[in-house]
Each structure stands twice: as structure tokens, then as C-alpha cells.
Write a protein that binds this ligand. Structure first.
Ligand SMILES: Nc1ncnc2c1ncn2[C@@H]1O[C@H](COP(=O)(O)OP(=O)(O)OP(=O)(O)O)[C@@H](O)[C@H]1O
Ligand SMILES: [Mg+2]
Length: 250
């Protein structure tokens, strides 16, 4: 049986993975600072609701919900509107709370508190997801979640339990954002990259005096995906991938 596909709706991306992400699994989008991870996730969630009728949950650890909304709005995506229609919920587990929005689900667990517990955060996500019948979930970012553990065994155990919980609890397709240093190949050996169904790399490569953005599918289980880097741009509408173009001119 071929997999049912979940389209990201990001121009030029879905054709790199033969039409979209296989439904019901967990994926990692990874890259350096400012590489476009959050932008990718915002488009995945926003297009889900507006183009494909799939509601979404955005779990944020790093930025307060207000900052997520502003970023989205800078790309022309009105998150507030979708939140008011109960098609999107931002779950706030960020230590900085500037937000008093009615539609933010506050996780009882906040990053950095001694009481922080991954299961408490996840149960908030599942409850909310069930309430709005969400089909897409974003975790921004898994790095901030895992940084609190120093023991590699615990990191693996917690990562696995997160991925299991996301792929087994409902029929959502989820994206975990993960931070890596550009050009550091060792970064691809992080636990989450082995455990998820697919890994998408966002590069920001320096070439002489400029940086070039490129996207690459490192793995996608069961999919005949593209195996090369493709240039992309972050525009006022978000990420646009150019599947036919080369990153470096020969
Ligand atoms: N409206 C816009 N038009 C063009 N480029 C933009 C726009 N808004 C943001 N950018 C670019 O996108 C980058 C931010 O992307 P994004 O926040 O998705 O990256 P990130 O990988 O999530 O970063 P972080 O590691 O900080 O979480 C900015 O540094 C900027 O270069
Ligand atoms: Mg980000």
C-alpha cells in the first residue's frame, strides 16, 4: 500500500518527497540558527488549515506565542484568525510569558522549572489536539526540550517516548525542529535523526561573501526522495524551494 501523503504546501518542497510526507509519522527539520526551521513549521501548520482542512497544534518552547504569531504574520499568515476559529492552538511551554491570549493552551510544565516533565507537556498537546481534531503537530524545538538531560541514555529514552507518543496517540503527522551547526556532519548523528521517519536538512552555506540557502532530504523511510540539495529562498511569503535549480553553478 502506498503511503497517504500530507502536503506541506511549501512551494517546490512536496515534489522532493514524491508528493508529501507519509501520513501519521514524525519528522525532523534541522538546521543552524536562522536557517528557516520555524518558517518551515509555520507554513506546514498554516497550509494544513487553510489549504488542506487539517487543524494544527504548535508547541513552542523557545519563543512566546506572540512572537510565533508575529513571525507568521510577517509572511502573511494570520495565526490569530485561525486560533479564534479553533483550527489552530499554540501550546505555550516557553519560559518567557508575554502572552495573555485566550486561545493559548498553557502547559502546566514550563521548560527550566524543576517540575518540568515531558509527559505533562505532551498530555497538554494531546488534549488540545483531540479537542480541535488536529492532524498536524509541530514541536519548536526538540533541542530545547532535550538540553536539560546530560545522560545520553535518558536523551534517547525521552526522544523515543516523545516520538512514540506523537505517532501513536492520534493520526497526526508531526514535525520536530532540531538545531544543528551548519557544516557539522556529526550533527546528523543525533538521536532524534535515527528515531524519526524522515530528516529534512536546511543549510545556510557560506560561499565567498554570501550565504546560500539549500534544502536536502537526508532520509525519508519508504520514499523515493530527492538525494541532492535544492536551493530555496525565504521570501515575504515564506519558504520557496527551487527543485530544478542547482545550488552551486558548475
Ligand atoms: N519576511 C521575511 N522575508 C525574507 N526573509 C525573512 C523574513 N522573515 C525572516 N526572514 C529570514 O528568515 C530567517 C529566520 O528564519 P527562522 O526563524 O525560520 O529560522 P530558525 O531556523 O527557526 O531560527 P532559530 O534557530 O533562531 O530558531 C531570518 O533570519 C531571516 O533571514
Ligand atoms: Mg526557530
Amino acid at each position: 500500500m502506498p503511503f497517504e501523503r500530507v502536503k506541506t504546501g511549501i512551494p517546490g518542497f512536496d515534489e522532493l518527497v514524491a508528493g508529501g510526507l507519509p501520513r501519521g509519522y514524525c519528522y525532523t527539520v534541522t538546521g543552524g540558527p536562522g536557517s528557516g526551521k520555524t518558517t518551515f513549521a509555520l507554513q506546514f501548520i498554516y497550509n494544513g488549515v487553510t489549504k488542506y482542512g487539517e487543524n494544527g497544534v504548535y508547541l513552542t518552547f523557545d519563543e512566546p506565542p506572540q512572537s510565533i504569531r508575529s513571525s507568521a504574520l510577517s509572511f502573511g499568515m494570520n495565526f490569530k484568525e485561525l486560533e479564534e476559529a479553533r483550527k489552530l492552538v499554540i501550546v505555550d511551554a516557553s519560559p518567557i510569558r508575554l502572552d495573555v491570549g485566550r486561545y493559548v493552551a498553557r502547559s502546566p510544565a514550563m521548560l527550566g522549572l524543576p517540575s518540568f516533565n515531558i509527559n505533562t507537556v505532551l498530555s497538554t498537546v494531546h488534549t488540545v489536539a483531540k479537542e480541535i481534531d488536529a492532524k498536524r503537530v509541530v514541536v519548536d524545538s526538540i533541542t530545547s526540550l532535550l538540553v536539560q538531560y546530560s545522560d545520553p541514555f535518558i536523551v534517547r529514552k525521552e526522544t523515543l517516548s516523545l516520538i512514540r507518543s506523537l505517532s501513536e496517540a492520534g493520526d497526526y503527522t508531526s514535525i520536530l525542529l532540531s538545531e544543528t551547526a551548519e557544516g557539522d556532519e556529526r550533527a546528523y548523528f543525533k538521536t532524534e535523526m535515527f528515531l524519526v521517519n524522515g530528516v529534512i536538512l536546511l543549510h545556510n552555506i557560506r560561499q565567498r561573501e554570501e550565504r546560500i540557502r539549500a534544502i536536502e532530504i537526508l532520509k525519508m523511510r519508504g520514499v523515493k526522495h530527492s538525494t541532492r540539495m535544492h536551493p530555496f529562498r525565504i521570501t515575504e511569503k515564506g519558504i520557496i524551494v527551487y527543485p530544478e535549480e542547482m545550488v552551486f553553478s558548475r
